[in-house]
Design a binder for this molecule. Structure first.
Ligand SMILES: Cc1cc2nc3c(=O)[nH]c(=O)nc-3n(C[C@H](O)[C@H](O)[C@H](O)COP(=O)(O)O)c2cc1C
Length: 333
C-alpha cells in the first residue's frame, strides 16, 4: 500500500449530530495555536477544526465571559472547536465542561499529558497517568455532565515507563471517549528522541479497542504520517510542531489520503503565513514583534538569512515591511 487511508478523511462522529471533520486535526500547542496563528491558518484554509490548548482549572469554574473571550479566536474562524481542559478535581472539570458546552463547541478534550513541572506538581496533566482509575472516572463524569458534545482524551504512553500502557488503555477504553490522542513519549521523556515510539503506538492501537486512536509525535511530513500508518495502523494523526515548519502539513496529509503526491514544501511557502501573522490587526506597528519572531525562528530556522534580518527589527512595523518585500520577491530573500 502506497497511500494513506482514505478513512482518515471521513468525519469522526460525535454526539449531538456533530463530528470532527476528519481524523487529521491540528495538535494543540499552548502559546502557538492561538490568536494570530489560528486566524492565519484558517484564512488560508489550512485547518478544518481546532483542539484548543488546555484551559487550566484549579480553583473555580471560570466566568462565562472569560471562557467566551478565551474561545473567541477559535470561534471567529467559523471552524468546529474542541476545547481542552486540564485539572485534577473531577467535580470542577465537569462543572467547567458543562459551562463550555453552552458556547457552541463540538467537544471537550481532557488533558492527561502535559509534562510541565508546575502542572505535574499540582497533580494535573501528565501526573494523572499515574492514576489510570482517575482517568476512567473523569471521562465517565464528563460524559454524564456533557452528554451532548464529543469527549476525547489526550494521553502520553506513561509517566515514567511505557509499561503503563496496558492499564492506561484499559482505563481509557472503559471511560468510553469518542476518540483519544496519544503522544508516544512518556512524561519523563519530555520531547527527547525515543527509538521505540511507533511500536508503542502499534501496541496502543491494539489496546484501544473500538475507540479511534489518533497518533501524536514527530509527524513533520506526509511521508512521516505514511510510515507511521504502515507500522501502527492508527486511526488518524494530530501533528503539532510540524505545522510550524510546514503550515500546509495537514493538507499534505489529506492529499496523500486521496492518492495525490503533496507538492514539495519550500521555505517560501512559509512567508505569506508569516506575513499574515505579522499583519494581524490585533497589534499596532509599534508593538514588540515577540511572537512573530518566535514563529519565524521555528518556521524558517534560526540560521536563515531572512530570520536574522527579521530578528534585527525592533518593532512589528519594521517586520511587516520586511516581510512585505520578502513575499513579493521570495527568491531574493
Ligand atoms: C509549545 C507546545 C505547546 C503544547 N501545548 C499543548 C497543549 O496545550 N495541550 C496538549 O494536549 N498538548 C500540547 N502540546 C503537545 C503537542 O500537542 C504534541 O502532542 C507534541 O508536541 C508531540 O507532537 P509533535 O511532535 O507533532 O509536536 C504542546 C506542544 C508544544 C511544542
Amino acid at each position: 500500500m502506497t497511500d494513506l487511508p482514505v478513512q482518515w478523511l471521513e468525519p469522526l462522529p460525535l454526539p449531538g449530530r456533530q463530528a470532527l471533520p476528519n481524523r487529521i486535526p491540528p495538535g494543540p500547542m499552548e502559546g502557538i495555536t492561538e490568536g494570530s496563528f489560528c486566524r492565519a491558518l484558517a484564512l488560508r484554509r489550512l485547518v478544518r477544526c481546532w483542539i484548543t490548548p488546555f484551559i487550566r482549572l484549579t480553583t473555580g469554574v471560570p466566568r462565562r465571559s472569560r471562557l467566551e473571550s478565551r474561545l473567541a479566536p477559535y470561534r471567529e474562524t467559523g471552524l468546529p472547536v474542541v476545547v481542552q481542559i486540564m485539572g485534577h478535581d473531577i467535580g470542577l472539570l465537569a462543572a467547567a465542561a458543562r459551562r463550555l458546552t453552552e458556547l457552541g463547541i463540538i467537544g471537550i478534550d481532557l488533558n492527561c499529558a502535559c509534562p510541565t513541572k508546575t502542572v505535574i506538581g499540582n497533580g494535573a496533566g501528565g501526573a494523572l497517568l499515574r492514576r489510570p482509575e482517575w482517568i476512567r472516572e473523569a471521562l465517565l463524569a464528563l460524559r454524564t455532565a456533557c452528554p451532548g458534545v464529543g469527549l476525547s482524551v489526550k494521553l502520553r504512553t506513561g509517566f515514567s515507563s511505557p509499561s503503563a500502557l496496558p492499564d492506561l488503555m484499559a482505563a481509557m477504553r472503559e471511560g468510553q471517549p469518542d476518540f483519544a490522542i496519544l503522544h508516544y513519549r512518556t512524561v519523563e521523556e519530555l520531547y527527547r528522541r525515543i527509538p521505540d515510539g511507533w511500536s508503542r503506538l502499534a501496541q496502543a492501537k491494539e489496546l484501544a479497542g473500538s475507540v479511534p486512536l489518533l497518533a501524536s509525535g514527530d509527524i513533520y511530513t506526509a511521508e512521516d504520517a505514511l510510515r507511521l500508518w504502515r507500522e501502527c495502523r492508527v486511526d488518524g494523526v494530530a501533528p503539532a510542531r510540524g505545522l510550524l515548519r510546514n503550515p500546509r502539513l495537514l493538507c499534505d496529509i489529506e492529499a496523500m489520503c486521496q492518492g495525490q503526491t503533496p507538492l514539495p514544501y519550500s521555505r517560501a511557502d512559509s512567508l505569506p503565513l508569516l506575513a499574515d501573522i505579522a499583519s494581524d490587526p490585533g497589534q499596532d506597528d509599534a508593538a514588540s514583534p515577540g511572537f512573530v519572531l518566535d514563529f519565524a525562528a521555528r518556521s524558517l530556522g534560526s540560521d536563515d538569512p531572512l530570520f536574522l534580518r527579521l530578528s534585527a527589527c525592533r518593532t512589528l512595523g519594521e517586520i511587516r515591511s520586511l516581510l512585505g518585500t520578502a513575499c513579493t520577491n521570495p527568491q531574493t530573500e
